[in-house]
Design a protein around this ligand. Structure first.
Ligand SMILES: [Zn+2]
Length: 387
């Protein structure tokens, strides 16, 4: 016999008594079947409820062929009466997310004719796939009307129409349903076949917010949050905006302009820094004097690209090997080696062997890193044959 679904008639029922019909060992615990339950089993995009049955914790709930199975961490006595208690905060959150999704989907359907063809309630956000394209203005309009439906506080009604009544009814449905159809109506915003749990009125959804949208399979995939999740998201974003606006000394509504300005300033400074550095590198190379000697330079805080630029400048017109290092004895050194006249690849091999280095490149430049100390590297270059 099918499990009696107490949540069908009362989604606010969070404690109930039921008879244990069976309890069998299952993966990581026990599978418990009751004669009736308020626990919603995973389905239709809505996750399962959690809570307790007596002293046992309910970690998951599934439904198959009308039978609802509770997966628990402790056994229950078959034939006994047990008290079930839902994790109400989790359930109410699911009710808010689910009802918010109904309202928005119903409004998108009546505004643009698109269907909700995919629904997933994740731990953080709800994902909905709509069957046709909508730009940001179209989504903003649907979102605004959805929130107006919340303010209108229409009741959410459940009905079980006859086959004939159903035939004459306009309602949303994701699939063909065999047997009795359960219709959930939210005022004039939505009418949908659904077996999930919903709030009693649209007002309890609180707020409906679309967080993101992207084109997906010819339609749009959105992420959205409702109720408590939307409030938590608002709190987080307000805190972040306040923190950034205090740091930038601008009002929260001027953050985008301030960020654009900051980005432009950073780009200008980078260009300025690169020009100063190029100048400095040219002077450093000029100060090295005679062009017929090997050079081994150590410079602080140079990036691999800085090393390359400086090394090539030093090597210009020089007959020996030019080497530039940046780093420390403890962290190791990044290097650039260049020569316009010598076989830099075979030089690199002996350098790697002597100074525990590795790297690569093509003439006239090699780049890489080594773990030898500054003293060891200087010793190696001092011992090279004079040019
Ligand atoms: Zn629903």
């Amino acid at each position: 016999m099918d499990t009696q679904r107490l949540y069908y008639n009362d989604s606010y029922l969070c404690t109930f008594e039921a008879t244990v019909l069976s309890c069998t060992p299952a993966k990581n615990g026990y599978a418990v079947v009751l004669d009736k339950t308020a626990f919603f089993p995973e389905g239709g995009g809505q996750p399962a409820d959690s809570g307790t049955l007596g002293c046992a914790e309910v970690v998951d709930v599934h439904e198959k062929d009308g039978i609802i199975t509770h997966f628990t961490n402790a056994p229950l006595q078959a034939g006994s009466t047990v008290t079930g208690a839902l994790n109400w905060a989790r359930r109410f959150d699911h009710m808010q997310q689910h009802t918010g999704e109904h309202i928005l989907s119903g409004i998108v359907n009546s505004l643009y004719g698109w269907d909700n063809v995919g629904f997933h309630m994740g731990a953080d956000v709800v994902t909905v796939d709509f069957s046709g394209p909508m730009d940001s203005a179209a989504l903003a309009k649907a979102e605004q009307l959805a929130n107006q439906a919340v303010y209108a506080a229409a009741p959410v009604c459940v009905s079980y129409p006859t086959a004939r009544q159903l035939q004459a009814m306009q309602y949303r449905s994701k699939k063909e349903i065999a047997g009795q159809v359960r219709i959930v109506t939210v005022g004039t915003s939505d009418k949908c076949a659904c077996c999930g749990t919903h709030t009693a009125t649209a007002a309890e959804v609180g707020i409906i917010k679309i967080l993101s949208a992207q084109n997906y399979k010819g339609g749009v995939r959105i992420t959205m949050v409702s109720g408590g999740r939307a409030f938590a998201d608002y709190c987080l974003k307000t805190a972040q905006a306040n923190e950034i606006s205090a740091a930038l000394s601008v009002k929260p509504n001027q953050l985008t302009a301030a960020f654009t300005r900051l980005k432009e300033e950073t780009a200008a400074l980078k260009m300025q820094l690169a020009a100063v550095q190029t100048n400095l590198f040219a002077k450093t190379a000029a100060l090295l004097g005679t062009k017929d000697a090997n050079v081994c330079l150590f410079e602080d805080n140079l990036s691999p690209d800085d090393l390359r630029r400086l090394c090539l400048l030093v090597a210009q017109g020089r007959s020996g090997v030019s080497a530039v290092f940046s780093g420390s004895d403890t962290a190791g050194y990044k290097y650039a080696l260049a020569s316009e006249s010598l076989d830099i690849l075979s030089f690199g091999k002996s350098f790697h062997a002597a100074c525990s280095g590795r790297g690569g490149g093509k003439p006239p430049l090699l780049q890489g890193s080594c773990t030898a100390t500054k003293a060891q590297i200087e010793q190696y270059f001092a011992a090279l044959q004079p040019i």
